[in-house]
Write a protein that binds this ligand. Structure first.
Ligand code: NAD
Length: 286
């Protein structure tokens, strides 16, 4: 029987801990505070930022979303980031991606002071991840952290396993490949130029897909004899407005040992990781 790896029990089991830790901080006069900069009116970004705010505030933290126009100039954007991120008592600052076209060349992660970079996208935090340094002064990118949280919760081993990641974005694939390598998994990082993708996926114990192509992964990528685990990071919208992952869930479900759903899989765990990172940043100030 295929195991469906829902985020809900993980969120429920960690929610109370997070809430209690935040209450403790508040008693010491510290309210974990996240600020999100949203540029333009990308509908998906608006939903993501609202979800972040709702979750952080539900835990007792503070989250403000600062919205600036999509046609803002680079100079204005940089000035805004500088002033908004230098606020006293702020613990986390993030720039919601993607940025509008005229700003898309900017390395947004590097505009954020490393100590506030709860998205883990600053070169300093990325470097610490690459070095395998896990300490209270650095932050791990949220989606990779959420994926490892899920594997740990469901007791899916990483050590010595073959893990095929499809998609090499900084925020998911590349960071995840470092995180899983640090956990002694053997990573194959595939992308749009990879030849014979089926060869790599068939050899994997765990396949993680983050490419932004609805229902991409199908049974011909699988090797049922390996009892594979499938992690679907993709969030795509169908023409009818339905959320679809990068995995053809109905097509592959019966051929794998375990699979994450979309929605209700990795998405909520990304937000959970963000809250964990924010808490870590706030605890440092005590
Ligand atoms: P991206 O859009 O920056 O890059 C896509 C990557 O996929 C590239 O590395 C490209 O080489 C690879 N790729 C594209 N087509 C491919 C193919 N046919 N075969 C192999 N590789 C291919 O990636 P992203 O920002 O990581 O986003 C990927 C997906 O994950 C999107 O659907 C996005 O919405 C979703 N996402 C979800 C979360 C979450 O919290 N669940 C977080 C981040 C991204």
């Amino acid at each position: 029987m295929t195991r469906i790896l829902y985020a809900r029990p993980i969120k429920e089991s960690l929610h109370l801990n997070l809430k209690t830790s935040i209450q403790k901080l508040k008693k010491n006069g510290v309210v974990p505070w996240l600020r999100v900069l949203l540029v333009g009116n990308n509908p998906a970004s608006e939903v993501y930022t609202k979800n972040k705010k709702k979750f952080i505030e539900g835990l007792g933290g503070k989250c403000d979303i600062i919205h600036i126009e999509g046609d803002t100039t680079e100079q204005h954007f940089r000035e805004k980031v500088r002033s908004l991120s230098s606020e006293k008592d702020l613990h986390g600052f993030l720039i919601q991606l993607p940025l509008p076209k005229q700003l898309s060349h900017i390395d947004a992660g590097n505009l954020i002071p490393p100590s506030l970079d709860v998205d883990g996208l600053n070169s300093l935090n990325m470097g610490e991840l690459l070095k395998g340094n896990v300490h209270k002064n650095s932050f791990c990118a949220c989606t990779p952290k959420g994926i490892v949280t899920l594997l740990d919760y469901y007791d899916i081993p990483i050590i010595g396993k073959n893990i095929c990641i499809i998609g090499r974005s900084l925020i998911v694939g590349k960071s995840l490949s470092a995180l899983i390598t640090n956990r002694n998994g053997t990573v194959t990082l595939c992308h749009s130029k990879t030849k014979n993708l089926e060869y790599h996926t068939a050899n994997a114990d765990i396949i993680i897909v983050a490419i932004g192509s609805p229902k991409f992964l199908k049974t011909h990528h699988l090797n049922p004899s390996k009892k594979q685990t499938i992690i679907d990071v993709g969030i795509n919208k169908s023409q009818q407005g339905k959320l679809l992952g990068d995995v053809d869930f109905e097509n592959v479900k019966e051929s794998v040992a375990a699979i994450t759903p979309v929605p209700g899989g990795i998405g909520p765990l990304t937000i959970l990781s963000l809250a964990q990172n924010l808490l870590q940043a706030a605890e440092k100030t005590l």
